[in-house]
Design a protein around this ligand. Sequence first.
Ligand SMILES: Cc1cc2nc3c(=O)[nH]c(=O)nc-3n(C[C@H](O)[C@H](O)[C@H](O)COP(=O)(O)O)c2cc1C
Ligand code: SF4
Length: 408
Amino acid sequence: MTRQTKWMELCSPIEMRGITFKNRMMRSGMYEGMATERGEVTPELESWIARQAAGGAGCIFPGYTNVCLPRCMPFQTGSYDDSHIPGLKKLADTIHSYGAVAGLQLAAAGRQANPNLFFSGAEAVMGPSAMGPSPMYQAACREMTEAEIWKAVEDQAAAAVRAKKAGFDIVLPNAAHGYMLAQFLSPHTNKRTDAWGGTPEKRFKFFEETFRAVREAVGPEMLVWTKISVDEPWSDGINLDEAKIFIPEVAKLVDAIEISGGTIVDNVFMMTRGEIPIGTLKKGVGGIVEGITSELINGLYGIRDSVKFEETYWYNHAVALKPLCGDTPLILTGGHKYPATMNQIIKEGTADMLSLARVLAAEPDFPNDVLDGREDPGKCSNCNKCLVEVVLGNKLRCYLADDGYSYT
Ligand SMILES: Cc1cc2nc3c(=O)[nH]c(=O)nc-3n(C[C@H](O)[C@H](O)[C@H](O)COP(=O)(O)O)c2cc1C
Ligand code: SF4
């Protein structure tokens, strides 16, 4: 059957390093909580990814994997051991079987590690600089030594090789959402005064060393992307001005840049926007997430207005940053719902691809519908229950139908 081409630009292919993406829609990394305790891929995770890939997006990223211990989240897929490769290969093969390009996200938790998930006393919550307890996990963070920083660079490169052996086309060390790469970039979390901090150039050093090591490890054929925060929930964190300094340098090291913002342990709703599901959060009081207390929940009422949902909420950042990317494609995540707007963003050249997360959890077939000319917006209500439930240790799914909305 010939597809309609109503959304011509959005549905057009794009090529990078000889790899063709069948359209400009990608499934953004979305943590599933479906791996085994030791991070191995399960049949359930495989079928979830198969369902997402069957929906027609040109590129599929499973949820982010941890390149080392400790972890940020329970039942997280691992990329920190060779034993993870066979399971990861099943995911890459599944994605390829639907004609999509397969990408794998890599991240180290750093200060975002949850001590309730430690396997041994050898694990530590550590980051560029010592910090007090994180709001979500109530875990204080100690400063990394020089040797630990170089080990963290090596961990990313080793995990990238595992992704390559598993058959992924893209490897994406995640510099967004407050993970270790973002921790080094951010003036809020990196207060070092040695070679790794103190000026924007020095805060960039960990990013640069990591991406050089990853490229060297995987060779020239594989795509190396990043997802990077361009805004954080602190006045002294990464913001658009900081991003303008980093992005031209980032563009020299990667094949594509996905922009996002927020952090997991401080204000995760800055990443997704929409409702703060107070009732779901209340279920977590006294559970594996130490910081979910009645006091924290009461405090969240105060930030509701700052995380209100807006369509395509990182658009203005993309407008400002795209000219600084040179020839490196920019991928825009966050609140893409209306096919007409999505097509316009590609048409006008503000972004080269769009990455979609919740809209595909709610309606896996959204990309196929768009390819067929759908005009209706995605049905995801931005209730954010999916997000809070995975943080509490439950498996990823959409809760829209539970609220009485039938979308099938
Ligand atoms: C449940 C859930 C899990 C997520 N997991 C990841 C992840 O593993 N890696 C990542 O980079 N972003 C993650 N995100 C953020 C999404 O990739 C995406 O950038 C964000 O949700 C905005 O897109 P959307 O409005 O289409 O949901 C997650 C979001 C949700 C809701
Ligand atoms: S639970 Fe479903 S409707 Fe709610 S934010 Fe997640 S994907 Fe959207």
